[in-house]
Design a binder for this molecule. Structure first.
Ligand SMILES: Cc1cc2nc3c(=O)[nH]c(=O)nc-3n(C[C@H](O)[C@H](O)[C@H](O)COP(=O)(O)OP(=O)(O)OC[C@H]3O[C@@H](n4cnc5c(N)ncnc54)[C@H](O)[C@@H]3O)c2cc1C
Length: 401
């Protein structure tokens, strides 16, 4: 039935994984998502189901107990999950980024210790760059780690941690001066710390407080929090990769795959909005015929479907580029930018097709309408994507002389 957003050239295993996930989404997520979202309730049962399916270890190598799948498989899985409920893809996303950063940059001991537990979903990851005074401008980070014997002492305040309460491992980006002489550029004096903690709120480790959930307009169910470090001691062997000064690069690498992931979420939400719009348009009658028979509504459906197709194609292209070992910042930036903008537009059109009922909490589109804006902001705003795209284009198309 789903003609849109097909992906050519998938392996049998990829097709099997996606069909299993789609089935799970249709049976276990869509029927309960809106109700849980309205109650801002953490989807414990759904998360347990996804653990059983192996989704938390999808991209973790088999030697560490994961499925060793590609970024493409992961992104297509996320697209399916976001079609059901965007918040659930958010629960997996930060976990996936931290596991990816560990796989790419961790010491052997860090990989051996964390990855098997992450593959099983026993340890759950969150990542933390943003602070109250900054999000786009990562180089302005003020949280600081100072060496003290065989540990670092961390102080500072972080903001907007997706899964801040439910996670048990947070990759925290801090400034560290050790070994970096004065005048070192900010991006060369940052370090990622692997901070283990209890799940929950309050003082979750000596020197580390997660105050509580931030009340949001959408993206409910998943907890988003602040994080306060006040003399938090982290052993030196919990510096990601064992080397200070590399944190900015670690995070940018993580965010790059994260952007493909956010693009995939935009694709999934837009697909669901299209499904809701095309179905409602055939049921609602005005002026003696289904509204789908009015050309103005057909044009909306045509535009929505075209956007769903275009966003999906760009997202798949960005994932495949990374899987082939090539730099994909340009493609990931474009995919994230386009998919999030199109998602917002497709959701708005589906909302309009619903007329007054779109404004009622009884209809799923009301939830999607509050969820889509988050994708315009998370993993870098549209302006930041355009800065990345613009810079890369000028590198690629530099004129001689
Ligand atoms: C629900 C939610 C979950 C999040 N989860 C996480 C998380 O898990 N971990 C994490 O670290 N962060 C997280 N974030 C933070 C998110 O990454 C930031 O909100 C985002 O990067 C934007 O930063 P900001 O909010 O500080 O906006 P600002 O950086 O203050 O930007 C404000 C506006 O100015 C524009 N702007 C900024 N600089 C420029 C420029 N140079 N040129 C043109 N325009 C510019 C921006 O595009 C934006 O429109 C989350 C945010 C939300 C809302």
């Amino acid at each position: 039935m789903a003609r849109l957003a097909q992906t050519e050239g998938l392996t049998d295993i990829q097709r099997e994984i996606l069909s299993t996930v789609r089935d799970f989404v249709d049976k276990e997520i869509i029927p309960v998502a809106t109700e849980l979202e309205h109650r801002d309730e953490y989807p414990t049962q759904i998360v347990e189901g996804l653990k059983e399916l192996g989704v938390f270890g999808l991209m973790i190598p088999e030697e560490y107990g994961g499925l060793g799948e590609s970024l493409l498989t992961y992104a297509l899985t996320v697209e399916e999950i976001a079609r059901g409920w965007m918040s659930v893809s958010g629960i997996i996303n930060t976990h996936f980024i931290v596991a990816y950063m560990l796989k790419q940059h961790g010491t052997q001991e860090q990989k051996d210790y964390f990855l098997p537990k992450m593959a099983a979903g026993e340890i759950r990851g969150a990542f933390s760059m943003s602070e109250p005074a900054l999000g786009s401008d990562v180089s302005a980070i003020s949280s600081k780690g100072v060496r003290d014997g065989d540990a670092y002492v961390l102080n500072g305040q972080k903001m907007w941690l997706t899964n801040g309460g439910s996670s048990t491992l947070v990759a925290v980006l801090c400034r560290t001066d050790e070994g970096h002489p004065e005048g070192t550029p900010p991006h060369k004096s940052m370090t990622t710390f692997l901070v283990e903690k209890e799940a929950g709120f309050g003082e979750v480790r000596p020197g580390l407080t997660i105050p509580g959930k931030i009340d949001k307009m959408g993206y409910k169910g998943v907890d988003t929090t602040e994080l306060i470090m006040d003399g938090l001691r982290i052993p030196a062997d919990r510096v990601l990769g064992g080397e200070t000064g590399r944190g900015f690069y670690h995070m940018m690498d993580g965010v790059e795959v994260g952007r493909v992931n956010v693009a995939a979420r935009g694709c999934g939400v837009a697909q669901r909005a299209f499904e809701l719009g095309v179905s409602y348009a055939q049921q609602r009658h005005t002026f003696g015929k289904p509204i789908a028979q009015h050309q103005a509504i057909q044009f909306k459906l045509a535009e929505m479907a075209t956007k769903v197709e275009a966003a999906h194609a760009m997202m798949v292209n960005a994932a495949r580029k990374k899987d082939s070992g090539q730099r994909n910042d340009l493609e990931a930036g474009m995919a994230k930018y386009l998919a999030s903008e199109y998602c917002k537009e497709v959701v708005e059109d589906a909302f309009r097709i619903h007329g007054g009922y779109g404004f009622s909490k009884e209809y799923e589109i009301e939830r999607l309408y509050r969820e889509a804006p988050m994708l315009l902001i998370g993993e870098g705003t549209a302006e930041i994507q355009k800065m990345i795209i613009g810079r890369r284009l000028l590198e690629e198309y530099r004129i001689q002389g």
